[in-house]
Design a protein around this ligand. Structure first.
Ligand code: PLP
Length: 394
C-alpha cells in the first residue's frame, strides 16, 4: 500500500462554516459569553404538526425500507407543487427524488451529470460545498467573481467569458447563501437563455425558496420554457423552510433522464431517506394552511432581525452591507479595514468573543457572513461588539 487514503479524501477540505460554528460552540462550552453568528440553520423548532405526523408514523411502525426515491404520495405532492406553484409544467412524480438532505440532492445531481474533466461554472461568493462536490465527481470548478456592486449576481457577459466546449453545468443559488441575494425574473430569463443557447445544465439550488422579504418572488429557472425544463435540475428540501435541518430530507426535481439516473445512484448509495421522517414532511404538504402559518411566523421574526442587523452594520464606519432579500444571511463588505477576512474574523473572535464566517470561505475576500438565525439579544450585543472592534482597528 503506497498510500492509505485516496486522492479524493486527501484533497477535500472540511466545511469551513461548520468549523466556525464548532469553534464558537467550544468557547461557549468553556463558559465564555460568545456571540455566534455562524449558524446555518433556523433557530426555531420544527412545527408541532410536522413532528406529530412523524411521531405517529413511527408509532405505527413506518420503520421499514420504502422505494429508494421516496414515498409515492410525497413525490406526487411535490410534483403538484412544482407544476402548480413553481410553474415547472408537466412535472410528474417520476421527476422527483426525495433524498437525505438538500446537500445530498446537490451532490447526487452533480454525480449524475458531471464526469472527468467536465467544467462547472460556480459564481462566487458560493456555498462552500459546490466546488468540493464537483471535484469529487472528477469535474473542474470554474469560478466567476461577483461583488456587492452587482448585488452578488452574475451577468451573462461574465458567463460568456468563461464558458468553453467543456462546460456542462452552471450552479445558481437564489436566494443565496452566503449573500441573501435573490435573482429577479428578468435576470434569470437572460441566464436561462444563455444555458439553453450553450446547451448546459443549471443546478438551481432553491433551498431558501420560501425565505423571502421585501415582497420579492423566488422564480425557478426551470419555469421559463420546455428547453429550460430539460436543462434545469432543482435541488431543495425541508431544512430551511420548515426548520428541519436535523431531519435530513432533501428533494430534487429533474428532467426524466437525470431523475432516473439519480434514482439509480441513490438506490446504490443510500437507499431511501428516513421513512418516518418523510411522513412528517408529507404532513407539511397535506396541511398547507398550517405550513404557511408557521412559515409566516418565522419569516416575521427573521425580517425584523434582518433590518436591525442591516441598519446596525451600515451605521458602523467602514462597513457597508447590501439589503439582502432572502435566506437569513447578510454579507457586509469589510475591505476598508485592510485586513483579510480570515484575520478580521479571528481577531473579532479573540477580542470580542464574536463569531462570523470569513468571506474567503465562500470565495469572496473582503466580506464576512452573518447569520441572523440568532436571538434579538445576540444581535444587539453583537452590534455593540463589532462597533467597538471596528473603531479599534479603523
Ligand atoms: C442549508 C443548505 C443546503 C442544504 O441543507 P440540508 O440540510 O442538506 O437540507 C443546500 N444549499 C444551501 C445553499 C444551503 O445553505
Amino acid at each position: 500500500m503506497n498510500q492509505r487514503l485516496s486522492d479524493w479524501a486527501k484533497n477535500i477540505s472540511p466545511s469551513p462554516t461548520l468549523a466556525v460554528d464548532a469553534a464558537a460552540k467550544k468557547l461557549k462550552a468553556e463558559g465564555k459569553d460568545v456571540c455566534g453568528f455562524g449558524a446555518g440553520e433556523p433557530d426555531f423548532d420544527t412545527p408541532e404538526f410536522i413532528k406529530a405526523a412523524c411521531a405517529k408514523a413511527l408509532a405505527e411502525g413506518k420503520t421499514k425500507y420504502i422505494p429508494s426515491s421516496g414515498l409515492l404520495e410525497l413525490r406526487e405532492r411535490l410534483a403538484d407543487y412544482y407544476s402548480a406553484s413553481k410553474n415547472v409544467k408537466g412535472t410528474k412524480f417520476s421527476n422527483i427524488i426525495v433524498s437525505p438532505g438538500g446537500k445530498f440532492s446537490c451532490y447526487i445531481a452533480i454525480k449524475a451529470v458531471i464526469g472527468q474533466g467536465d467544467e462547472v461554472i460556480i459564481p462566487a461568493p458560493y456555498w462552500v460545498s459546490y466546488p468540493e462536490m464537483v471535484k469529487l465527481s472528477g469535474g473542474v470548478p470554474v469560478f466567476v467573481q461577483t461583488s456587492d456592486a452587482s448585488d452578488f449576481k452574475v451577468s451573462v457577459e461574465q458567463l460568456e467569458n468563461v464558458v468553453t466546449e467543456k462546460t456542462k453545468m452552471l450552479v445558481l443559488t437564489s436566494p443565496s447563501n452566503p449573500t441573501g441575494a435573490v435573482y429577479t425574473r428578468d435576470e434569470l430569463r437572460k441566464i436561462v437563455d444563455f444555458a439553453v443557447r450553450r446547451d448546459i445544465f443549471i443546478l438551481s439550488d432553491e433551498i431558501y425558496e420560501k425565505l423571502l422579504y421585501d415582497g420579492v418572488e423566488a422564480v425557478s429557472p426551470a419555469s421559463f420554457s420546455d428547453e429550460a425544463r430539460e436543462r434545469v435540475i432543482i435541488a431543495s428540501g425541508f431544512s430551511k423552510s420548515f426548520a428541519m435541518t436535523g431531519w435530513r430530507l432533501g428533494t430534487l426535481c429533474a428532467p426524466d433522464d437525470v431523475a432516473s439516473a439519480v434514482g439509480k445512484l441513490q438506490s446504490q448509495m443510500c437507499s431511501n431517506a428516513t421513512t418516518f421522517a418523510q411522513y412528517g414532511a408529507l404532513e407539511a404538504l397535506r396541511e398547507p394552511e398550517k405550513a404557511r402559518e408557521s412559515l409566516e411566523a418565522m419569516l416575521a421574526v427573521f425580517d425584523k432581525r434582518r433590518i436591525t442587523l442591516l441598519d446596525g452594520l451600515n451605521s458602523i464606519k467602514g462597513i457597508s452591507c447590501n439589503r439582502a432579500k432572502g435566506a437569513f444571511y447578510l454579507f457586509p463588505n469589510i475591505s476598508s479595514f485592510g485586513l483579510s477576512s480570515t484575520d478580521f474574523c479571528s481577531k473579532l473572535l479573540e477580542r470580542e468573543l464574536m463569531a462570523v464566517v470569513p468571506g474567503i470561505a465562500f470565495g469572496a475576500e473582503g466580506y464576512v457572513r452573518f447569520s441572523y438565525a440568532v436571538s434579538d439579544s445576540v444581535i444587539e450585543k453583537g452590534l455593540e461588539r463589532i462597533a467597538r472592534f471596528c473603531s479599534s482597528i479603523g
